[in-house]
Design a protein around this ligand. Sequence first.
Ligand SMILES: *Cc1c(COP(=O)(O)O)cnc(C)c1O
Length: 730
Amino acid sequence: MPKGGVAYFSAEFGLDESLPIYSGGLGVLAGDHIKAAADLNIPLTGVGLFYSKGYFQQRIDEDGAQQQLYPPIDPDASIYPVQLVRDAEEKPLVIEVTIDGRQVYAKAWSVQVGSVTLYLLNTDVDSNSGEDRRLTDTLYPSDPNVRISQEILLGIGGARLLAALGIQPDVWHMNEGHSAFLALERIRTLSAEGVPFETALEAVKASTVFTTHTPVPAGHDVFPIDLIDRYFSHYYWQLGTDRERILSLGRVDGAFNMTRLAVSTSSKVNGVSKLHGEVTQDLFHRWMPYIPRQDIPVDSVTNGVHIGTWLADGMKRLFDRHLPSGWAVRTQERDVWSSVRDIPAAELWEEHQRAKSEMVRELDLPIDMSGDGPLIIGFARRFATYKRALLIFRDLERLARIVGDPQRPVCLVFAGKAHPADGPGKELIQKIVELSREERFKDRVHIVENYAMDKAKKLVQGVDVWLNTPVKPMEASGTSGQKAAMNGVLNCSVLDGWWVEGYNGRNGWAIEGATDTSADLQEQQDSDTLYRLLEEEIVPLFYKRGERSFPMEWTNRMKESICSLAPVYNTHRMVSDYWNNIYVPATARGRRFVADQFEVASRVAAYKQFIRGHWSAVHVRKVDILDDHSSRIGLNKVAFRAEIELGVIWHKDVRVEAVGSDGRRGIWKAKLDPVQQLAKGLYVYEGVAPSVPIDIWKANVNVRVTPVSPDFASDFEMELAAWGGVPCPS
Ligand SMILES: *Cc1c(COP(=O)(O)O)cnc(C)c1O
């Protein structure tokens, strides 16, 4: 019986620190996704790469310089069972891909996570040349040749591995664009069976979904066209179409963009928070400027974290005592979490103190924990510059006053790795080390080496406040703050990513996050807000004791943080959302497209080719706006009349709409209907717009024609729209 379900492809997976094949949030999220799928019994198979040396171990030397060590990974050290995958004859299973004209072989490791299997490809096999054996040594190599080789192995090799194992997924999920070549390999397989290219593309698209993770354009893989030519010259013809058509799937600004390829070959695209969904629409709008940002088909599924992995053991025991039984599998139920309010405040505080002391001990922090210890603020994440690790150091004197009060001491703990090729990231580490040596910060600023999942656990469980200061809106979601929140650690964060949705005014603190101004001004405003919050709210609240021996109001905030955030920002909720809104519809769509010898796929392919071939004849010839002056309050009904030329395209195959700006970054649309045929292929359309303020519609309104089909996954699946003379509103 071939196994169906979801194939989940990712370039990195963070399951446990003992398997260092992840670099940061993307990998940890993928690991948490796998664990939640296992918890929820969702049929899912993971596919990734086994990096022989993994992501580096970080040492920070005397001068604050980052050293990178690459000890080989020992699969036996993993807390998860890791095994070499064998074929029916018990020989190691080997798959083969062509890379730059060479046959490259790869073996696979399997990692068992409950009911879910994760397969990881690795090229360190005897039959490969020395150089090819090293292809999968490390994550995110800077050399584009190694990078594209890894992505060919992940996408094409990964699809071949599943085929060799007899796994026929219903849905293929690309977690980030690194794996997007898998779509080409699936088309190639269908092409070899005689399915024409456009039909194969539709079949593949119907069952493929794509999650994009970064609003930073530099975070998207882009390869020069000649590099694609070099690696795919043997491959183009096998797809049953010409080179130009294949390149068109990924071409942006004269280069081949993996995010574009993923979008072109998926029926559903999502960002990882509501705000990130919108930012992604902005990003893709640049590729199709004739489709308003708001209409770009991008959804969002906000990230979550795996509670079983990130919640401190002591907190688990506390919840076992005070939450309804079965809470650990009922993590999406708000009622279950609201029982956190009934936990005696002193007990919650004590449990947090235990986690805090354990962190100080385990991470060997020179922090005096007598009494309740100082207020400890944690900042741990990759040292990417947009995360602005130095924001809190912008005004050194002000910071020194905040942390240096002997009555109310404050400590800052930093941790994080900079990508080996990221010079500016490494400088951040150096700067923090330097500052931590200054007399005024000596006992107040600490840096922890080698940030990985083990260190992350201690930090998100043990600090009092979790600080997050990215440049808004660069943090697609962020997840470390979610880990902190469920442990009763209070977030103080720029209102970016998930925090825009999570913050409710009582469960932490928000830094509004200046946007649309110079980087310098943004820093100025955001750091001012941060200092003010520390001075006026955070430090006083932490040290406020009243009659009790612990801070009652602070503990209430901790409760609010857990109750309001834990039920939402966990991976059970997240994977349930993927299941209901993405996997189930894509399964149905994929099956429908291939049923009866690809009937629907070939129909959609033929339809699209017809529309594309005749679209240049579609014009909005004349638009009349008929203002109805009956209203005196400035809200007018507006009627539209437009002459639309459709050529040979049938009027039922298009939608004609008036579209206008609502003046609040949104748009309104009004459907127009055909009322008269003036000549062959020439129609009059009419319709009435909703009541909109006069000044707004007059400023920015237009009529557009788009192709429609009940078989399309979204209204703009063809990325086509014909407008009247003026540009599209947005
Ligand atoms: C959770 C986690 C991250 C992600 O943190 P962000 O909030 O997205 O910056 C990165 N690295 C490790 C080791 C983590 O555990």
